[in-house]
Design a protein around this ligand. Structure first.
Ligand code: ATP
Ligand code: MG
Length: 455
C-alpha cells in the first residue's frame, strides 16, 4: 500500500528501509523523522530501528553493498550510506531498553530488545517516541500524536525522573519550543516546566559540546526567538556562559536603549536572519558591563565595549568548542559593530571590505539593523537608509579596491628583494595607499612613494 508520507522520504532511505525489512525483521522509522513527517515538515535526518544487533547490521551492510560507519556500536548505533549517495547518512539503532543512569549521559547498561514499545519508552518526549512500520502503521504508545496536534512538549513518563537521567533533555525541550505549530511555537507541558525550574543546574554535568549542538539547532528553528526567551527564563545561558549573569537586569541608563541588557541581547538575536547572526546578536553587547561608566548627567557609556565584547565572546565561544570559522566571524562582527558609519570616510569602508570581505560588511549592516530594532527603536532604523546609501556608493564596484598598477616583481626590482614575506607586506601597504587615494595608482608615483618610505 502506498503511503503519502512515504513519497516524502528520500529514495536512498526508502531503499535501505525496504531491503532491511525484507528479511522479515520488522524495521521501523523512529524518532524525529516520524515526528516531522506527521507534521508535514521534511526531516533532516532519518533513524531506523530493528532488533538486529550492530554486528548483524554491519554484516548485512557488507552483503548488500552499503557502507558502514561504526558510530556508537556500544549503544547500538551504526551509520549507513550508499557509496553512490554518500551525503545521505542513515542511522540504524538496535531496539533497546535502558537501565539506570549514573553519569547523566549514558545509561549504565543497555539491553537489546525486540519490543518497539520498550524502545520508545526510553525516548525523551512523547512527540519523539513515535515509530512507523513500512506498511504505514503508527506506533504511538505515549500519546505523541495527540501532543503534536496540540503543540505540546511533554516527557515520556515522569518529567523529573527523565530530566535527572539526562539533563541535556532540558536544552532539547527548549529547542523544540522553536518548532512551528500552525504559526505558533510549541509549548512546554506544565510538568516539564516545573522539572526544568528545579533541575537546570544539573546541566553542568553535561558536556559543553552537546549543549552547544542543541543551542545551534535551537538557533535554526522557525520560532527560535521564543525558544531563546525560554532558555533565558530557565537560566540556561548562565549555565553555558557564567559571564551572562552580568547582563541580567543590567540597566543601561542610555537614551539609545529601552531595555535592560539581557533583554536587549535577546531582542537583537530575535531579529537575526541566520543562525550565525542570531548568535552574534546574542553576544554583541556582552562587553558592556565591563566598560560601563556614568557621566555627570547620569548617562551610561560603554566606551570600547565592542572590542572588549569581541574578546569576551571569543572566550565564550571557545569554551563551547565552536569551530574556528564561526568564532572568527562572530568576533569580527562584534568587534566592528560600533563603527560610526555615518562619519567614516569611504576609504575606511573600502579598507574594511578589502580586509574582511564584502559579506562581512553586508552582515555588519544587518547586525546594525538588528541592534537598533533590538534596542526598541524601530523608527530610528528608517533614518538609517541615508547612511546605507553612502555605504553603497563607497562600496560600489567602481570604487571597490582598485587593482594595483604594480606587482610584486616591480617591488622586488626596486628594492632589490628576493621573493618572501617582505614583498607581501609591501604589496599590502601599497594597496592601502591606493585605497585611500586611488589617484596615486600609477607605477611611477608608487615607485617614488616606496623609495621615499625606506629613506
Ligand atoms: P532533529 O529533527 O533535530 O534531528 P531529533 O528529535 O530527531 O531532532 P536527534 O538528536 O536526531 O533529535 O535524536 C533522534 C531521536 O533519538 C529523538 O527523536 C529521540 O527519540 C531520541 N533521543 C535523542 N536524544 C535523546 C535524549 N537525550 N534522551 C532521550 N531520547 C533521545
Ligand atoms: Mg533527528
Amino acid at each position: 500500500m502506498e503511503q503519502p508520507w512515504r513519497r516524502q522520504i528520500p529514495s536512498t532511505v526508502r531503499r535501505l528501509w525496504s531491503s532491511l525489512r525484507e528479511s522479515s525483521v520488522p524495521t521501523y522509522l523512529v524518532g524525529g523523522a516520524v515526528r516531522d513527517l506527521l507534521r508535514g515538515v521534511r526531516p533532516h535526518d532519518y533513524d531506523l530501528a530493528s532488533r538486529r544487533t550492530p554486528e548483524q547490521v554491519i554484516a548485512w551492510a557488507h552483503q548488500h553493498q552499503w557502507r558502514v560507519i561504526a558510530t556508537g556500536v556500544r549503544f547500538g548505533t551504526v551509520s549507513l550510506y550508499d557509496p553512490r549517495a554518500p551525503q545521505c547518512i542513515i542511522e540504524h539503532t538496535t531496539l533497546r531498553r535502558e537501565g539506570r543512569y549514573h553519569d547523566g549521559r549514558h545509561p549504565d547498561q543497555v539491553d537489546w530488545t525486540d519490543n518497539i514499545e520498550e524502545d520508545l519508552a526510553r525516548r525523551d518526549f512523547t512527540i519523539n517516541a513515535l515509530a512507523l512500520t513500512w506498511e504505514g502503521r503508527l506506533i504511538d504508545p505515549y500519546g505523541g500524536q495527540k501532543d503534536l496536534d496540540r503543540g505540546i512538549i511533554a516527557c515520556v513518563g515522569d518529567a523529573h525522573r527523565r530530566l535527572s537521567e539526562d539533563p541535556l533533555r532540558i536544552w532539547r525541550a527548549v529547542r523544540f519550543v522553536g518548532m512551528d505549530h500552525h504559526g505558533q511555537p510549541f509549548q512546554l507541558a506544565q510538568s516539564l516546566q516545573s522539572a526544568i525550574e528545579r533541575l537546570w543546574p544539573q546541566l553542568k554535568r553535561i558536556s559543553v559540546e552537546r549543549q552547544r549542538d542543541e543551542l545551534w539547532r535551537l538557533l535554526q528553528t522557525p520560532h527560535f526567538g521564543r525558544a531563546l526567551w525560554e532558555a533565558e527564563r530557565f537560566g540556561l545561558f548562565v549555565v553555558i556562559w557564567p559571564h551572562w549573569r552580568m547582563t541580567q537586569g543590567f540597566v543601561q541608563r542610555n537614551p539609545y536603549h529601552r531595555y535592560i541588557l539581557n533583554h536587549h541581547l535577546l531582542y537583537t538575536a530575535q531579529e537575526g536572519p541566520s543562525p550565525l547572526l542570531r548568535l552574534t546578536g546574542l553576544l554583541h553587547d556582552i562587553g558592556k558591563p565591563w566598560t560601563y561608566t556614568l557621566d555627570a548627567k547620569g548617562h551610561g557609556h560603554f566606551y570600547g565595549h565592542a572590542e572588549t565584547g569581541a574578546v569576551l565572546a571569543k572566550n565564550l565561544l571557545e569554551s563551547l568548542h565552536f569551530d574556528h570559522k564561526t568564532i572568527r566571524t562572530v568576533t569580527a562582527l562584534i568587534a566592528h559593530h560600533m563603527y560610526p558609519w555615518e562619519q567614516v570616510e569611504a576609504k575606511t569602508l573600502r579598507r574594511i571590505a578589502r580586509e574582511w570581505g564584502d559579506e562581512h560588511v553586508q552582515q555588519l549592516w544587518i547586525l546594525r539593523k538588528m541592534d537598533i530594532i533590538g534596542a526598541g527603536y524601530h523608527t530610528r532604523w528608517a533614518a538609517e537608509e541615508r547612511v546605507k546609501r553612502r555605504w553603497n556608493e563607497a562600496l560600489s564596484p567602481s570604487s571597490s579596491p582598485t587593482r594595483l598598477a604594480i606587482n610584486g616583481k616591480d617591488i622586488m626590482r626596486w628594492l632589490h628583494l628576493s621573493p618572501g614575506p617582505e614583498v607581501g607586506r609591501w604589496l599590502k601597504q601599497v594597496q592601502q595607499w591606493v585605497d585611500d587615494d586611488p589617484a596615486i595608482n600609477d607605477p611611477q608615483i608608487l615607485k617614488e612613494r616606496i623609495l621615499n618610505a625606506i629613506k
